[in-house]
Design a protein around this ligand. Structure first.
Ligand SMILES: *Cc1c(COP(=O)(O)O)cnc(C)c1O
Length: 343
């Protein structure tokens, strides 16, 4: 099977499996797992922040990130298709007691004029806005990357307006690779950053939250409240360390495969897609012109050995990763060509 459903499906590399079997471990709730401690320190260093926290999932990282910056009854501004809003079971409401005020933005990229118009002043008639949440790369907008000047502008103004900024950087290394900049430059404008070790970087599980000592110290307690206090979790952190140190440099391969796949898909009848807009490893494309429903396309592709999901009723989403080769992309494009021309 050629699995283009997500980069979450990557399996740990032989080096990760070896590191897991040899990992030095201790009880991390006591702060005594040396492998976790090392990973947290390295993650902070690489991101240019004071401290790091190993969390089981990106969802928990975002949940803790939101919690450290907000109080019950406040508002959070984010993009309308953000993961935080659509795919995390309203964790912001459930755990932090906050409302989300979404803004639909072109390519998922928030700009200051739209954000400033959505800020609520507080007082007798409106709940105050305390947090801006940014997603880079933006998943459902098609792996789009914030231009550095836009990122700095929107975060800088948000800080001037008294807001905190949390960056959902599940795929921040993909963004850094696209911009050809050190990832710390992309992390710098945000107060906290969550990123996933478990996606394109290939770890079997785990994400990181980084920020100030103070934010991470409080975050550690929220992680415990969420049931995320793990014990000899150095076995996972060992794989995470390899993901962090050895995997980012190869993401460009996934990006060029995605661009190639997009170019092939764009040639097919009924498919709407501009390959020039594919910046990283995610392709979101419109299939309404094929006359087929997304579920039908998924089912027929599956019969031909290709797994691909819908993003919404009009669009499919394909994600490249290190278990997908250039040849696999060609095979997947040929399979989709068969599917759409048989109607
Ligand atoms: C995957 C993802 C997350 C977190 O996902 P988990 O499955 O909880 O690890 C958060 N934000 C974005 C943009 C994602 O793509």
């Amino acid at each position: 099977m050629i699995d283009l459903r997500s980069d979450t499906v990557t399996r740990p590399t032989p080096a990760m499996r070896r590191a897991m079997s040899e990992a030095e471990v201790g009880d991390d709730v006591y702060g005594e797992d040396p492998t976790v401690n090392r990973l947290e320190q390295r993650a902070a260093e690489i991101m240019g922040k004071e401290a790091g926290l190993f969390v089981p999932t990106g969802t928990m990282g975002n949940t803790v990130g939101v919690k450290v910056h907000t109080q019950h009854g406040q508002e959070i501004i984010c993009e309308a298709r953000s993961h935080l809003l659509d795919w995390e079971l309203s964790m912001t409401a459930w755990f932090s007691g906050c409302l989300v005020r979404p803004i639909l933005a072109e390519n998922g990229i928030l700009r200051w004029d739209a954000v400033s118009a959505a800020i609520r002043p507080g007082g007798a008639h409106s709940a105050p806005t305390s947090l801006l949440e940014i997603e880079n790369t933006h998943n459902m907008a098609g792996g789009t990357v914030y231009p550095m000047d836009v990122l700095q502008d929107v975060c800088g103004h948000a800080h001037d307006a008294g807001l905190r900024v949390h960056l959902d950087g599940a795929r921040i290394f993909n963004a850094a690779c696209h911009l050809n900049k050190p990832v710390r430059e992309l992390a710098a404008p945000a107060d906290t950053v969550m990123f996933c070790l478990s996606k394109g970087l290939g770890a079997p599980a785990g994400s990181m939250l980084v920020g100030t000592e103070e934010a991470i110290e409080r975050g550690r307690l929220y992680r415990k409240r969420l049931g995320g206090g793990m014990r000899q979790v150095g076995v996972l952190a060992a794989a995470g360390s390899i993901a962090l140190e050895e995997m980012p440099h190869r993401l460009g391969e996934d990006h060029s495969n995605a661009r190639f796949l997009a170019t092939e898909l764009a040639k097919l009848p009924g498919i709407q897609l501009d390959p020039a807009r594919v910046q990283t490893n995610i392709i979101v494309f419109d299939i309404t012109g094929t006359g087929l429903a997304t579920a039908e396309i998924s089912a027929r592709l599956k019969d031909r050995g290709v797994l691909m999901n819908s993003a919404n009723p009009r669009q499919m989403r394909a994600v490249t990763h290190y278990d997908v080769t250039r040849d696999d992309c060609a095979t997947a494009a040929a399979a989709l060509s068969e599917v759409v021309s048989r109607t």
